[in-house]
Design a protein around this ligand. Structure first.
Ligand SMILES: C[S@@+](CC[C@H](N)C(=O)[O-])C[C@H]1O[C@@H](n2cnc3c(N)ncnc32)[C@H](O)[C@@H]1O
Length: 201
């Protein structure tokens, strides 16, 4: 089963998962393969209910261009590709993990709508800005190294069109952001970004 959510009882989560979405078979297969092949690292994959939500958002916005920073084995990119007609620019530093993503994009028939950059998020943002893509993305999804989130957020603000959407994974960090005792680098980076976003008018 997928990860539990903060403050949601097991019963309610099960009910929600049973009623809120129908996971496409190709996404279920990707989830199963990621768990089987990558063990503990599979926890990095987004939950199926999150994928369903993101696909709905992308479709409802009629998104045409999406930037994803942190692709892993491709679940979130595939969920958004299946939910919309958008072209997705995906960025990740792992050739090994994204090889699985590429295979599933092909199998799902959406590979022609996903461009993968094997590079760090900052380099990809700079490259897109250099190519005149400022203001041209509908959605930017951030799900990579937490120390990079602040720069990815600032980059996303430049790349998004007016009314575009930034989606950021892990903002609650399993509840750690609300715990004053948690002062590791990742938690502090997420706390700082949450504070910064809250302070924006
Ligand atoms: C939490 S996983 C992404 C999960 C993915 N969104 C999904 O749906 O399965 C984080 C990914 O960020 C990648 N990553 C780490 N540092 C990065 C960086 N500097 N730039 C881009 N990606 C990075 C990792 O290789 C990893 O695949």
């Amino acid at each position: 089963m997928s990860k539990t959510s903060i403050g949601l009882s097991g019963n309610v989560l099960s009910y929600y998962q049973a009623h809120a979405y129908n996971e496409p078979a190709i996404l279920a297969e990707l989830r199963t393969e990621t768990t089987a092949k990558l063990g503990g690292n599979a926890a990095m994959q987004i939950a199926p209910e999150q994928g369903a939500f993101m696909g709905i958002i992308a479709g409802a916005m009629n998104a045409r261009a999406i930037l994803e920073i942190g692709t892993f084995t491709g679940y979130s990119s595939l969920a958004m590709a299946l939910g919309s007609e958008a072209h997705i620019h995906a960025a990740d530093v792992s050739e090994e993990w994204t090889a699985i993503a590429r295979r599933y994009w092909t199998k799902a028939g959406v590979a022609d709508r996903i461009t993968l950059s094997l590079a760090g998020g900052n380099a990809v943002i700079e490259d897109l800005l250099g190519k005149g893509r400022a203001g041209s993305f509908d959605i930017c999804f951030i799900d990579a190294d937490k120390s990079g989130y602040d720069a990815y957020y600032e980059g996303a603000l430049k790349l998004l069109r007016p009314g575009g959407l930034v989606m950021i994974d892990n903002v609650l960090w399993d509840g750690d952001v609300a715990d004053p005792e948690k002062r590791d680098a990742d938690t502090l980076a997420l706390k700082a970004l949450n504070d910064k976003i809250k302070a924006r008018p």
